[in-house]
Design a protein around this ligand. Sequence first.
Ligand SMILES: [Zn+2]
Length: 484
Amino acid sequence: MKGTVARLCRLLVASFFALVAVNVQATTVESMRLWAAPDHARLVFDLSAATDANVFSLENPARLVIDLEDTQIDTDPSTLPLNDSAITSVRTGVRDGGGLRVVLELNREIQPRHFTLRPNDQYGHRLVVDLEYPGESAVENPIDPIEAMIRDQETQSQRQATAQQQVPGSASSPDEAVKVQPAKPHPRRDIIIAIDAGHGGEDPGAIGPSGTREKDVVLEIARRLASEVNGTPGFKAVLTRDGDYYIGLRQRTALAREQKADFFVSIHADAFTSPRPQGSSVYALSQRGATSETAQWLADSENRSDLIGGVDGTLSLRDKDQVLRGVLLDLTMTATLNDSLSIGGQVLEQLGRMNRLHKSRVEQAGFMVLKSPDIPSLLIEVGFISNPDEERRLRDPVHQSGLSKAIFSGLREHFERYPPPASLLAWQRDNQRRPSGNEYRIQSGDTLSAIAVRHGVPVNQLKQANDINGDVIRVGQVLQIPRS
Ligand SMILES: [Zn+2]
């Protein structure tokens, strides 16, 4: 009897430890997802519980090892779409002590980075492993646009200072320097349109009643818009993403800035809790809160993208230059906001010809993706993916192409009316018209001072009348000659 009790006790103790052991080995890799971007690959592990990993590189051959303690795997990594990524194969194995080891065979040099994400509306616990490709990144560090402007200003004033030092024995003002600058050939450059397809990769955006994902239809429309733009002389398109991967909201505008875009347009599809709302809307940034409650709600939900897409960390504003920052922001925001609203009006008018409009004027709200103060920017909600009828049309190539044509003709109308000075469009406009009595077309070899003397006006007045701040005049440019 005594022996039986002891045996029973041992059994109980043993099963208790067995239970504990099962409980400890609680984490399961439920699925793995891979997104291949041109400058990085992102591997996401969907986990049954919060687990961190030990990630390290091995050489000869190049591999990345991801060790997860007390974890088992319940998915087949061989189904991952490895095409266009740095990964050639994925192996998994059990480590001593019950851990999971995932080995990625690599075909190029990478810089690994990993972090964990807590559950949100769409996903549970996740481990994110980013494989960044050194040298490929279009934007190394997405820097704050205001900071970039401060840097630009600093280098510009430094350059001016050196230029003045180099003219010996002259107390030359920038004005003097202008007089000897001969007219430069007109660059006839393209107007750069940055096209941003919203969401992507892990972040599907809104999902329609029959499963259409916003990230897919907006990429289609963005690509169509890009080919409209590229098919028109004097314009060039840059896509912030051209595939199914996620880019941080800050990085999208940083890319546009790096490409020296004249205009930034972010394409989205709207969603609402009821199936009824439909139609397109056009948004510009607002600094003073949204024009309507819906606009605020929408801005909040679009801004949540970074949480879903898994961009960790926030950009810190340096307190240095706080005053300059404020002044610059005010100046450039007002200027670009006016442009944004003007372009928005044109786009809305064109969209209204082929699609129902949800809102008949350009709305304003605090979208993070529009906070690029020196580039006029719009966010276009092409339609409601939550409306079954509109969901179907958003998938239709004819409708997609109609939307992109409408958006482009709005843009085009604006830029034909107000072409940037160095653009082909500006050159065409100037050369298509005969200068009137008080105008002069700059010839090769002309200098501002020679033109001023010939017309009997002071150089300063000539510059003022033509908004010339720097020292560049261009052949073919038409100058207004002020009456002296
Ligand atoms: Zn969206």
